[in-house]
Design a protein around this ligand. Structure first.
Ligand SMILES: [Zn+2]
Length: 521
């Protein structure tokens, strides 16, 4: 945390600031990108001329904000952006985790809730925040004034932002034919969601580069070893030709659906009457395509460049619309991401960990686990020693070693913020087999060495290293000064900052703190 000029990053009570009270926004829009590393907006900035350009030029932009926890995957990252709590406190420590319930192990998905069903998909369970402890920013708006409207839409990462009391929550599921929800949120889709889905249904089933070709040089990078993905390069077309449910899933793997969502977000504002009175409303737009595209083609690729160029243009349309519908200076935008991503290791000829290597390691762990040991403690120590001697393993942690870790052990400090006993993820030791002796079931947490990823995708995130942790944190609009900072914001601070700027009370004991407070000196 740094103090710069009149901007004080730290403890403060915004609610009492008269300067802010007069500029209290009528609408807060939290735009959350899935997988957006801190350097990418800067790298691709020359190609932007729409909404991203506007908020980068005129907003409060921390280029390298931090998702300051150990397991940098989606649900923990989004729930942190939504609650102002670290994963160890909000409880969504991983996308899925193993839990022992009455002597039986079962895998728990962060948001799936079998008590409900998803609209438009036979046999698919619904989603909820039942596993999430505490409350989210959507709940804070509702608690401040029950007349506040709360709407969340985008990828299924919108779930934690919506919280417990949302008016509307919709997520894109290609198999369901577009944006949908589950029975605990709505019985049918409203007409404005039907209209969004009709627009997406009429999209062409091809994805071509939309930007100025001279900016393709921004996506150039070194490539010392043959690339992992040989499918890169425009144009991309849906191969099955006909417009079926798989076509909608294909659209979801491109930026095309998110582009429609952002470009037409003004209609969402009008249909739900957001930002029309002095009671602030909240809208979350969860952009998932940056994650699909980043995994498939890497963060520095023509595809990710085009994704951001399209979203920049669509966001420009939305901001112009907000200027007319809500009024300039009367709305507040926040942009951030749940995590960054590690470059494909082939770019620098770093070793990529293969599934076969992971399965062989887990086989050896199983042999150790089946040998009778004097105690469980001795067994866990033996498994730990086996893990530590593997060349691609960068660290092995247990509840015990984390509790004894010194403050200088930065990795242990980050992992503590992701750690709940009995909720240990099997990441990054993913297996295709049922593994009753997986190290996670012995409470062991593993990291790879820096730069090493497995072969599930071209680029992967999840590690505690800087590439996966650092993301942009941006605020723009009502009362926000123009400033660019290299660092000094965490994703856990985003929701408390939005609440403070909107004059909304937050629950006690949050991990995050409001940023961007004008000090009176
Ligand atoms: Zn993610």
């Amino acid at each position: 945390m740094k103090k710069r000029g009149a901007i004080f990053l730290g403890l403060a009570l915004m609610v009492s600031s008269p300067a802010v009270a007069s500029e209290r926004p009528r609408l807060v829009v939290q735009i959350t990108f899935d997988q957006l590393r801190g350097d990418l907006l800067e790298r691709y900035r020359p190609a932007f001329k729409g909404g991203l350009r506007r908020i980068l030029d005129r907003g409060w932009w921390v280029r390298h904000g931090e998702a300051a926890h150990g397991l940098t995957v989606s649900w923990p990252g989004h729930a942190t952006l939504a609650t102002g709590l670290y994963p160890s406190h909000h409880g969504l420590t991983a996308n899925e985790w193993w839990m022992e319930v009455r002597g039986r192990w079962r895998e728990v998905d962060a948001a799936d809730d079998a008590r409900f069903r998803e609209l438009g998909r036979e046999g698919r369970s619904g989603k909820s925040v039942a596993n999430m402890k505490g409350t989210s920013i959507g709940d804070w708006f509702k608690s401040a004034d029950a007349r506040s409207k709360v709407v969340a839409i985008g990828s299924d990462a919108a779930v934690p932002y919506a919280g417990h009391r949302t008016d509307s929550l919709f997520w894109y599921d290609g198999e369901a034919g577009g944006f949908t929800t589950s029975t605990n949120y709505a019985a049918t889709l409203p007409s404005w969601v039907d209209r969004l889905n009709s627009s997406i249904s009429s999209l062409p089933l091809s994805w071509t580069f939309s930007g100025d070709p001279r900016w393709l040089k921004l996506a150039a990078h070194e490539q010392r070893c043959p690339p992992f993905n040989s499918n890169a390069g425009f144009p991309h077309r849906y191969s099955r030709g006909e417009r079926d449910r798989s076509a909608h899933s294909w659209i979801g793997s491109t930026p095309l659906a998110d582009e429609v969502l952002l470009r037409r977000a003004g209609e969402i504002v009008r249909a739900n009457g957001l930002g029309q009175d002095s009671i602030p409303d909240y809208l979350n737009l969860s952009i998932g395509s940056t994650d699909s595209v980043g995994h498939e083609y890497g963060p520095v690729s023509a595809e990710q460049l085009d994704t951001l160029v399209r979203l920049d243009s669509a966001l420009g349309t939305f901001l112009d619309d907000l200027d007319r519908t809500v009024g300039k200076g009367r709305y507040l935008i926040a942009v951030s991401a749940d995590h960054g991503v590690t470059d494909p290791p082939e770019q620098k000829c770093i070793h990529r960990v293969s599934t076969a290597e992971i399965e062989a390691l887990l086989d050896r762990v199983e042999v150790i686990a089946r040998v009778p040991h004097a105690s469980r403690r001795a067994l866990v120590a033996a498994i730990g020693r086996e893990l530590e001697r593997v060349p691609f393993i960068g660290g092995v942690y247990s509840a015990d070693s984390l509790s004894h870790a010194g403050r200088s052990d930065w990795k242990a400090q980050l992992i503590k913020r992701s750690f709940r006993p009995g909720h240990i993820p099997n990441f990054p030791l993913w297996s295709n087999k049922d593994r009753p002796f997986h190290p996670a079931r012995f409470g062991l947490w593993v990291t790879f060495k820096e730069g090493m990823i497995f072969d599930a995708a071209t680029a992967v995130h999840g590690s505690p290293y800087a590439s996966d942790r650092l993301v942009p944190v941006i605020f723009y609009g009502a009362g926000v000064p123009r400033r660019t900072l290299a660092s000094g914001a965490r994703t856990v601070d985003v929701a408390p900052t939005l609440a403070a700027l909107a004059g909304i009370r937050t629950p006690p004991r949050l991990d995050g703190r409001p940023l961007l407070v004008e000090t009176k000196r």
